[in-house]
Design a protein around this ligand. Sequence first.
Ligand code: ADP
Length: 244
Amino acid sequence: MTINLNNVDFYFDKRKVLSDVSLDITSESTGFLGPNGSGKTTLLKIFSGLLKIKHGEIDVNNKGIKKYSSNDLAKLFAFVSQDYEPTFGFSVEEVIEMGRYPYLNKFGFMNIDDKKVIDKIIELLSLNSLRKIHTDELSSGEKQKVRFARALVQEPKYILLDEPTSNLDLSNKILILDVIKDIISFGTTLIITSHDLNFIKQSTKQCFMISDGVIQNSGKTKDILNHSNIEKLYKLDSLPDWVL
Ligand code: ADP
């Protein structure tokens, strides 16, 4: 499972937000670390085909991204956003079922296999007791678990997690780390953006540091996540010991 970017530039209107990005994602768990506005979310949206590039090349599993249909891309990638999404009074179960849409027949019905996948993921994330609850009534950690579940029932090859720990308290962060380990054990590749250095350290093997749309550093997370690289990334004179 690989994603390769070659010389990718990306613009919002005329503003360049990614500059000459070339990278190879080869690990089962990859992190993107960088200040706010550095281009992390934009990259995730480009990987999944939600944003189309005009400059540069992207290959997913050695095939140009443009050769995939939108349904192929929905089976390959699930994007878990940090943004608030209105769920219009749907129950937990209904929101999770929405993740199966790339697999439904032309009448939009689920079959027994779809239901089995949904049950398995609900069990994995311990969401059984919340199945019939309206998602508006959930805590932020529970909402995050529901978004994960919806992504997992999509059975994607890649799960793209945008700031998965924002708004989570410690117990939910620990739970999400456990879920991430389960996801990897399923053979799903994870790509995570975060400002949370410790979370990136715990949850990823490969890391890219990005600032102002430029990749500053890359390598094994355990090798590059050190004080000197973090100081450069965040343009700090010195990093207090407690940060990492
Ligand atoms: P990060 O995820 O690292 O915080 P983003 O990828 O969200 O950064 O944003 C990169 C830059 O692109 C920022 O300057 C942001 O303001 C800008 N940007 C993001 N989305 C849009 C959009 N839809 N329209 C215009 N500018 C955008």
